[in-house]
Design a protein around this ligand. Structure first.
Ligand code: PMV
Length: 320
């Protein structure tokens, strides 16, 4: 572990993500499709003579304080410092994020990836993908309990990926620019509660769940192909199929259904669904290109965090 002078600072950023197909089922072994979006979280690390602290916006918290604030950053930072044998080397961590927490857009995964990478680099250690990934997963673990790893993989590598727990990630290369409308329902989602609810559903209906999981793997495979072929009509249909399955396992809510209805009636979309854990969080829609602005202006009247996003090819990045 190298000593650094006072002015040395490392900044790293990672994108947020949307899960296009297969959330929840991915926790139980299915394939899923996810993509990085054009909104990022940035983490800066520098040395200090005080105690190690985390700053998010105007709020400061000490790294060793277990006060429920910034759980993901703190657990990744503590784990990374332990790995580096640098727990006694005080650092200041500053987080800036364009991703609303609780929106299901990968805010905790993006922050976790950027935190692990920035601390590794600050102490002169290589920020290899496998090291960053295994450290960042402590952040997801502290928030979710039982994550599949899809969020960390998407935020780390960027682009569009097919992911399963058994096979890890495989890059999907879209043949044309695909844009999604993302709208935050304003209701923060609670991923670990939702994962528990779905697991309970699985225990109640084991055979149905098993077969549905297999179907969702097929939906993801077809979705990956539709993205590669630029077939938005098929992709939209698959979003709708996935939404029905998510509603059946208890991941939707009346607010989410209302937002989806509003999206679909604001202008022509090929399909729409919740993205991420659900319950609240965000909805994605695949609009017909010429209808995009009309839908956004209509939806953003009630849901201020509504945006059009392309897929960000850039995953983890350092800013010199
Ligand atoms: O991070 P979220 O809340 O968008 O949800 C992640 C997707 C889940 O499938 C529900 C959980 C997981 O780790 O795969």
């Amino acid at each position: 572990v190298t000593a650094q002078n006072d002015s040395f600072e490392v900044r790293a950023s990672a994108p947020g993500k949307i899960i296009i197909l297969g959330e929840h089922f991915v926790v139980h072994g299915s394939q899923a499709v996810a993509a990085a979006i054009n909104k990022r979280a940035t983490v800066s690390v520098k040395g200090t003579t005080n105690r190690s602290r985390v700053r998010v916006g105007r709020t400061l918290s000490e790294l060793d304080q277990v006060d429920g604030q910034f759980v993901a950053v703190k657990s990744v930072a503590n784990e990374t410092l332990r790995f580096l044998n640098a727990a006694d080397r005080p650092i200041d961590i500053e987080v800036e994020s364009e991703l609303p927490p609780g929106s299901g857009l990968g805010s905790s995964a993006a922050v976790s990836v950027a935190t692990a990478a920035a601390i590794l680099r600050f102490f002169g250690e290589s920020a290899s993908e496998s090291k960053v990934s295994s450290l960042a997963r402590y952040g997801e673990g502290s928030v979710h309990g039982n994550p599949s790893g899809i969020d960390v993989a998407t935020c780390l590598y960027g682009g569009t990926i097919m992911f399963s727990k058994a096979q890890g990630q495989k890059t999907i290369v879209p043949s044309k620019d695909i844009r999604f409308i993302v709208a935050f329902s304003k209701i923060p989602r609670n991923t670990s509660a939702l994962i528990d609810r779905v697991s309970k559903h699985r225990r109640t209906y084991p055979v149905l769940f098993e077969n549905l999981s297999r179907s969702i793997s097929m939906v993801s495979t077809l979705g990956g192909r539709a993205i590669e072929e630029g077939d938005l009509r098929t992709l939209g249909t698959l979003l709708n199929v996935c939404q029905v399955a998510l509603a059946w396992i208890g991941a939707s809510s009346s607010e989410i259904e209302k937002l989806i209805e509003e999206m679909l009636s604001a202008g022509h979309c090929y399909g729409a669904k919740l993205t991420g854990a659900g319950g609240g969080g965000s909805v994605i829609a695949l609009p017909e290109y010429s209808e995009t602005l009309k839908i956004i202006s209509e939806i953003s009247k009630e849901y201020p965090y509504t945006l059009l996003t392309g897929i960000s090819e850039e995953g983890l990045k350092f800013h010199e």
